[in-house]
Design a binder for this molecule. Sequence first.
Ligand SMILES: Cc1ncc(COP(=O)(O)O)c(C=O)c1O
Length: 411
Amino acid sequence: MSEHLDVDACRRQFPGLARLVAGRPAAFLDGPGGSQVPQSVIDAVSDCLAHRNANDGGAFATSREAGGVVQAARGAVAELLGAADPGEVVFGLNMTTLTFALSRALARTWRPGDEVVVTRLDHDANVTPWVLAAADAGATVRYLDVDPSDCTLRLDSLAALLNDRTRLVAVGLASNAVGTVNPVRAVAAAARRVGALVFVDAVHAVPHRPVDVVELGADFLACSPYKFFGPHLGVVWGRRDLLDRLPVYKVRPAPDSGPGRWMTGTPSFEGIAGTHAAVDYLSSLGGGGDRRAALASAYAAIRAHEDALSAQFLRGLARLPAWRVWGVADPDRVADRVSTFGLTHRTKPAAEVAAAFAARGLFVWSGNFYAAGLIETLGLAPAGMLRIGFLHYNTSEEVARTLDALADIGD
Ligand SMILES: Cc1ncc(COP(=O)(O)O)c(C=O)c1O
């Protein structure tokens, strides 16, 4: 498979997608909350539990193999993220927990009067850890605003938020609520000019877009394998010099350098094995060449398919005036978004619609999806939005079915 995505062939690899609801196929439009997993990931998790089940660091076979699982997965994830050094990849319970650990460590290097910048668009896991860390250090938090008309970041106001006291800029690559793709390279370049570190939340981007930590200009980047066809786990990539030197909270005798400093307690070896398999699955969607090349063509194929689904969905929504799309709504601007849509109905609360959809086998979310700052900024709290997400395994028929269901909600 290359450039063109064989969606049927992809779907056959995901046992979960075969589910029926009241005799009809379920439509998994809940990808932004977590994707389904291919059989290869299930097999990798089960193989690890069946045959490599030990803690690492011992001399015996299963322990050595458990250590090998982690090493190999670091290599695969480093390639996924464009990192040269597998020793820059940290696995943990989830992105939120890893970000709290990092924020606590960074806060120990901040002083009263220092500043951090967060956005009003991000998932709260890329906001509150920094707000609390800033409070601990006596640092000031500055907020990059969002333009409510299309839910893009107000890049023009960034320069005014940055100065020589800025220690960190935390920004998301793609919004998990409304799908906006943010100009992270420009944000990172501006942060770098004042000597600030850059933390990128790529959790919502990785299922949709290629990531390159070097090209982005990131110092740290987080993602979550359970959003990109892997098991429930979190990943942080960090520049090696920072991972080695930041004063992380750790127990004795955890390593003094490398990613092991950040991996408190016993990791989920089976989750890490499944994460490796998830990267292999993504690469398998691309053409030949080394893994980076395969990933590049895989993402090109994923993107072409998802962009077509997005354009179809937005064109259909334009004929449903009772629904409002928050975020980029112009079908000619699908390059500025991923295929995740936040919608509100003129009168019907999102939770009511989500329940009606569930009965029809359409799996969607309602609420704020932890993008609390955005939902407040848009004046949509507490009901929030209906969120419909398309991943590469979703089909044009599912988009049409979703549009029919939205139309059936009426005016
Ligand atoms: C954009 C974004 N950031 C962060 C998170 C939190 O990730 P985790 O569940 O791994 O803590 C999510 C989860 O939905 C997310 O969508």
